[in-house]
Design a binder for this molecule. Structure first.
Ligand SMILES: O=P(O)(O)OC[C@H]1O[C@](O)(CO)[C@@H](O)[C@@H]1O
Length: 445
């Protein structure tokens, strides 16, 4: 199971102050468990791992199999919580170069509906011209413009290219049970569809079909992913004593750091496969906590890559940051540094060592340097990169986020601020129903 080490924050904040959060964390946990806190109609994620039935998982796997058998490429159309969880897991577990290989054991997964790039869509539709492709259309509201726009284009192309009957087989919708355009289309066209429960918000939905279906299509074991999440549900449960509960300690420590002036949390990895776990984490914490003019700003870096770009700022810039390092204990493969007789690069001192040993020393050296430079560091350890450990990690972050949001005093389960740009965009595009807003915005230009 995940372990969290906060020792290297303790030169900046005291253990006593972190442990003083115990009653507040208890209160937050009770509010989550009893559903008495803010946003209590969005707590369906809390015991999701332990309540997923095998029958549900089999249904998802059977649908995944249909896509796997009939598609070379599957487009996951979604934005925010409707694609980041799937992408986080798929990229963490995939071979980094599978996309370049001709022989594939699973359809290639491509993402769309998460931007409004015309060139992106042009290039995507051209790439798909000679491909047997399918689409998983994911939108909880069923009305998100980015996703709906991409889906409209992809649906037409799929029907034109593969025929209406095959399109019906290889297009799957994951959306609300009754509301929204995605539901209307799915029902009218007879697509296989899955429901995103009302009480699970987008950014907490990775363990619903939103995440599980694309992950299963990509060939990963969703039973093990859910098993990992179940482990974390136990290890981070409200009945686990504060001192032994990594989610409780994480939530308390980051809130205490925030109070002490550390306004930015940088999630750090030393493994490029974790890039999208950080992207997922940024949405989870950013949308949950950034409101009422407060909240830690969630940032992320990939080390050692970014030590050569952001490293300088982190070491010596404004001292308003702290880091949470995700450390992966074991790699899945071994590469040894070869010996070289000429030793022109001077690297023979590393000959015979694992590349991961070098990486681990980079990690340790960085942590010590950053602490010396005034950056508190937490270290979150997972055993390896596997379905089990990623499942643990995702649930750990979710439950810690619920606790942390309540400690901060906000509703961690809404996102009212996201509407502002949409309103302006619709007004600027003269969407029917936005006539007043259109006039008002035109007068500002
Ligand atoms: O699944 P939907 O409704 O398309 O929403 C996608 C994303 O957009 C938001 O509603 C706003 O960014 C997120 O909370 C959500 O994950």
């Amino acid at each position: 199971m995940i372990s969290l080490n906060i020792e290297k924050t303790l030169g900046f904040i005291s253990r006593e102050k972190v442990f003083a959060y115990e009653p507040l964390v208890k209160e937050a946990q009770n509010a989550l468990e009893k559903g008495t806190g803010k946003g209590n109609d969005f707590l369906g994620w809390l015991h999701l791992p332990s309540s997923i039935t095998q029958e549900h998982l089999e249904d998802i796997k059977a649908t995944a199999q249909v896509l796997r058998e009939n598609c070379e490429v599957v487009i996951v159309a979604g934005i925010g919580g409707s694609y980041l969880g799937a992408r986080a897991v798929i990229e963490a577990l995939s071979n980094s170069f599978t996309w370049l290989q001709d022989k594939k054991s699973a359809p290639s997964i491509i993402y769309a509906g998460h931007n409004i790039g015309e060139d992106y869509l042009y290039e995507l539709t051209h790439f798909l011209q000679d491909k047997k492709f399918g689409v998983i259309n994911i939108s909880k509201s069923g009305t998100t413009t980015e996703t709906a726009l991409a889906f409209r284009i992809l649906k037409k192309q799929c029907e034109d290219q593969r025929g209406k009957e095959m399109a019906q087989k290889v297009i799957v919708a994951i959306t609300d049970a009754s509301k929204g355009a995605a539901r209307v289309t799915a029902d009218k066209e007879g697509y296989k569809s899955f429901i995103i429960p009302d009480n699970v918000g987008g950014r907490f939905s990775v363990l619903t079909p939103v995440g599980l279906l694309p992950i299963a299509v990509a060939g990963f074991n969703i039973d093990k992913l859910v098993a990992g999440a179940r482990e974390a549900e136990k290890a981070c449960g409200a009945d686990v004593p504060f001192a032994e509960n990594p989610a409780a300690i994480y939530a308390a420590t980051r809130n205490e750091l925030y109070k002490s002036g550390k306004k930015i949390e940088i999630l750090v990895n030393f493994n490029p496969k974790l890039h999208y776990v950080s992207e997922w984490w940024k949405q989870l914490y950013g949308e949950s906590e950034g409101k009422e003019n407060k909240g830690i700003f969630p940032a992320a870096v990939d080390f050692s890559t970014d030590l050569h770009s952001m490293g300088q700022w982190i070491q010596e810039g404004e001292r308003t940051i702290f880091e949470t390092v995700i450390s992966v204990e074991k790699t899945n493969h071994t590469v040894l540094v070869p010996s070289d007789e000429a030793n022109l690069d001077g690297l023979n001192f590393l000959a015979g060592k694992r590349v991961d040993e070098v990486n681990k020393m980079a990690e340790l050296g960085t942590q010590l340097a950053h602490v010396d430079g005034g950056v508190p560091n937490m270290r979150l350890c997972i055993a390896d990169l596997s379905e089990q450990t990623i499942g643990e990690l995702l649930y750990f972050f979710e439950v810690a986020c619920g606790i942390s949001g309540y400690l901060l005093g906000v509703n961690p389960f809404n996102q009212p601020g996201v509407e502002a740009y949409k309103k302006n965009m619709f007004a600027l595009l003269n969407k029917p129903g936005y006539e007043e807003e259109s006039k008002a915005i035109q007068s500002r230009l």
